[in-house]
Design a protein. Structure first.
Length: 118
């Protein structure tokens, strides 16, 4: 897992410095190293404890995000159509990317909480 995190950090670092192709190459090397490491292990990478942890964290994430979405979605719709219809909003693709990123960050936080709660 840490090799894939290293791959993303390396990729973003090289893009920030101005070497996007080097970043892509470093990303691929790190991902291939992670896959090679996974294939060389004699025991499974995840076991039943990980499945229980993942299931609990996923259920909690969906419970919390679902509850917030039931309140926030209509409120956002009303705000941008009734209260401030001339307010500039990001394009739908930007909202999708931001929402997906925040969902994964939130899931990571819930998973860490679930892991250390036990």
């Amino acid at each position: 897992m840490s090799l894939f995190v290293l791959a993303v950090v390396t990729y973003l670092s090289f893009i920030a410095v101005g070497y996007p192709l080097v970043g892509v190459a470093a990303y691929l090397v790190c991902c291939l190293a992670g896959l090679a490491y996974h294939g060389s292990r004699d025991r499974p990478l995840f076991d039943e404890r990980d499945q229980t942890l993942r299931g609990t964290a996923s259920r909690r994430t969906l419970d919390i995000i679902g509850t917030v979405a039931v309140i926030a979605s209509p409120a956002g719709f009303v705000y941008y159509t009734v209260i401030a219809p001339s307010a500039s909003t990001p394009s739908w693709l930007s909202w999708l990317g931001i929402s997906l990123f925040l969902l994964y960050v939130f899931y990571g936080v819930v998973r860490l909480y679930t892991r250390y709660e036990r």
